[in-house]
Design a protein around this ligand. Structure first.
Ligand code: SF4
Ligand code: SF4
Length: 441
């Protein structure tokens, strides 16, 4: 609770499931029930060949964006996770340091470690990039990384940043890097400015270029067309494919209660909030029908199915969720080797057609040119995802705070030009207003 006596997630916001009614499914464990009843820890049950690297990686892998707990990493490795995705700036280097502390006692060859350097911050010439890569190795306490990626690649041009490729050639020759690749999930607006290309264009440019071995991108059951094109191109080029943001289902808890509380406190309810409540009520009614139809007793059942959707695609090599706790770890690992059942497939299709319009697609930004204030809509919704879906609250707050003058504070009293130009019909103005509530103290 904040000073205003309402949840920090904002008096109207938290996440999608309250809007869809899933927030009232009850208190539940983050992930499935059956596996955690066992006293035995779950184990990875499937390993997939990471493209031309030939390395067999765990289908459930570790997104280390929030990693600062050596015990959590030890547990992940003990359960059979053997692919770790980190980056130079995750936790200001603490993610890499945590990996370093653990890996010095582990069999180095049994784990595939990827780190990343972005090309819009810090030195970008060959020597500067090499120096940054060596600092990654120092933090990781390793002689080499399996893969060094270009982080958050904003444009197809950046795939061909020659100083990066020269640095990679030399680092490979020195035995410090084995493979290279890139990640793409939309722009870091604050750092890179408005110029950008869609994720699909960036990753397909990487496949075309031929020098990159592994990619990390967005694929999920709502945002699947782009991802499937990318997966096909990567398969043709024998590239490794790793996924992020595989779960587009979010949880809007207590939205109505917060709204009522705000009213009780005599706060003025802006028109855009009233519109959101109307949306909520319409969706909550549909959600009741949906829950009954699919016999859903917890939010986790939808999210488990979302992960299984990705695992059911043989061209996906590893799903890399951000894992914050031991409970999350066990529940993710328990999904290893699983496939989507026909009823789950039907359930996801219906979720998509009924509630998919409430999900702002990652790495999109098509509506941003319609905003007279240049608000980075897609970046803001990604920060909201960090907060609401990934548990990276501090990170999300600090990222949002850095959007000086370009945040969603202006959205409350706007005519909603962005919303009118969204091809997916997303009620983005209300989502932006809720994100602003969530991401400001
Ligand atoms: S609101 Fe629509 S157009 Fe704008 S970024 Fe989200 S999905 Fe893309
Ligand atoms: S609601 Fe208005 S101010 Fe906010 S992003 Fe959309 S167009 Fe811009």
């Amino acid at each position: 609770m904040n000073k205003r006596g309402i949840s920090r997630r904002g008096f109207i916001g938290s996440s999608l499931a309250a809007m869809t009614g899933f927030g009232i499914l009850g208190k539940n464990k983050l992930y499935g029930d059956a596996q955690t009843e066992s006293a035995d820890k779950p184990k990875i049950r499937e390993y997939r060949t990471l493209g031309r690297t030939g390395f067999k990686v765990s289908d459930i892998s570790l997104g280390a964006g929030n990693l600062n707990d050596t015990a959590l990493l030890e547990a992940a490795l003990d359960m059979g996770i053997n692919y770790i995705d980190t980056a130079e700036h995750y936790g200001r280097g603490n993610s890499e340091r945590t990996i370093g502390q653990v890996m010095k006692t582990r069999d180095r060859k049994s784990v595939f470690i990827t780190t990343k350097l972005n090309l819009f911050m810090g030195k970008r010439d060959k020597e500067g990039l090499k120096a940054r890569a060596l600092r990654c190795l120092e933090r990781l306490q390793l002689d080499y990384v399996d893969c060094l990626m270009i982080h958050m690649t904003p444009t197809a041009d950046q795939v061909k940043h020659e100083p990066y490729h020269e640095a990679i050639r030399e680092l490979k020759a020195e035995g410090k890097v084995r493979y290279t690749g890139l990640s793409s999930h939309g722009l870091e607006h604050r750092l890179a400015g408005p110029a950008k290309d869609p994720m699909e264009k960036v990753v397909l440019a990487a496949a075309e270029d031929g020098r990159l071995d592994v990619v990390l991108f967005v694929y999920n059951f709502i945002q699947k067309e782009q991802g499937e094109k990318i997966l096909k191109a990567c398969k043709d080029k024998k590239m490794g494919t790793t996924l992020m943001k595989t779960n587009p289902v979010r949880f809007y808890n207590d939205i109505k209660a917060m709204f009522d509380q705000a009213k009780e406190k005599g706060r003025k309810i802006p028109e855009v909030y009233v519109k959101m409540i109307e949306e909520y009520e319409a969706h909550a009614a549909k959600a009741e029908v949906f829950k009954k139809k699919y016999d859903l007793t917890s939010n986790a059942m939808v999210r488990d199915a979302a992960i299984k959707f990705c695992l059911s695609n043989p061209d996906v090599h590893a799903v890399c969720p951000t894992i914050n706790t031991h409970e999350e770890l066990e529940n993710y690992v328990a999904l290893s080797g699983q496939r989507l059942k026909p009823t789950e497939s039907e359930m996801l299709a219906e979720y998509n057609s009924t509630f998919g319009q409430l999900y702002c697609r990652h790495a999109c930004g098509e509506c941003e040119s319609a905003c007279p204030h240049g608000i980075p809509v897609n970046t803001i919704m990604r920060y909201d995802h960090y907060f609401s879906a990934q548990g990276r609250e501090k990170h999300a707050l600090s990222k949002y705070a850095s959007l000086t003058g370009k945040n969603a504070g202006l959205c409350t009293d706007c005519a909603g030009f962005c919303e009118q130009s969204c091809p997916h019909g997303i009620p983005i103005q209300g989502l932006l207003v809720m994100a602003h509530q969530t991401l400001t103290l």
